[in-house]
Design a protein around this ligand. Sequence first.
Ligand SMILES: *Cc1c(COP(=O)(O)O)cnc(C)c1O
Length: 391
Amino acid sequence: MASNSEMQTLWQESLQNNYGTPSITLTHGKGASVWDVEGKEYLDFLGGIATNILGHAHPKVVSAITEQANELGHVSNLYSHPRSIELAEKLKDLTGQSSARVFFCNSGAEANEAALKLSRLTGRSKLVSTVGSFHGRTIGALSLTGQSSKQKPFRPLLKKVKFIPFNDIGAAKKTITKRVAMVIVEPIQGENGVVVPDFGYLKALRDLTTRHGVLLVLDCVQTGMGRTGEWFGYESEGIVPDVITLAKGLGGGLPLGAMIAIGNSAQLFEPGSHGSTFGGNPIACASALAAISVLENENLLVRNKALELTLKLELSKSPLVESVRGAGLLLGIVLKLDIAKKLAQELQAAGVLVNATSESLIRIAPPLVVTDKQVSDFIKIFREVSAKHER
Ligand SMILES: *Cc1c(COP(=O)(O)O)cnc(C)c1O
């Protein structure tokens, strides 16, 4: 049997170092459990970074993928395919907007790139994003990402991007004018440490963008597909955005992204405007359709809200925890000490996968199929491991 350290050596000899060498190599999983190459089991409370919405090897997803692979794996966009039409119809239904039209791609960055290109067709070119945001790593998406450490080595990036503080309506009022093409914002800033804006912030942005004819793009790549207990993560504000971008949980674990445009913006792209060879791939769409039907049939969005309350209540009891923020199963555990990276390693050693987005924040984003027992096991292990750091 191979060891994690042998795999590290092989990894270093064949892969570029843009991620840093991963400490473990995972080989298989089931639901919210996953195993490494040495046979050690982990409770997966990160879900491939908010991506494995139904965990690992969900039977409905596996059979949808298998059936589709047996029938037709790829058609390109010169031809249509029933699964991509079905999925577009489904997403349109979930937005509740009959004017919604979908563009499929393969990742979050690509979905935001598509939104960026769409915004150019308004005839305006100024862009507004928020400090601390994350919208992807391509040059366009990186230009919209409000984290200078990620941008710096790659400058020059796109010009005319203005970053306003997140959750600051006053700053938005000063910045959003008739010359702005689009405002892009996450309903909850995920990579920045699960930062939740005040209720009413998105509504205020909607009002301002509507007044000035600016596209409001909601980057729901991380908050989408039921993760927050809503389909996209903005619905409780009672607003309708111009554009929704999706990826991560959308494909049920397969690479799939979408840029959904609503209203007039749905008519901006014309033949030749944009494209993606793999976008809307039948297998990825079949996987997404299967995942959505499980989420619906098993009422997982409703259950999600109940698990949120349990996790917030129980984790807050740990003396190391300052607070727990977020929505549904996208939660940020704020620590009183700057030991999040160390704690994440200790949790991994204790058989739990989480991630530290900063020195003081642990992010959890388990699959929505996590069992009640797995949730209580997680709470128990978290409290045991964090107890070592309490004074
Ligand atoms: C992960 C993420 C992206 C980028 O998605 P990729 O698939 O890695 O390109 C964009 N926006 C948000 C909010 C994300 O969380």
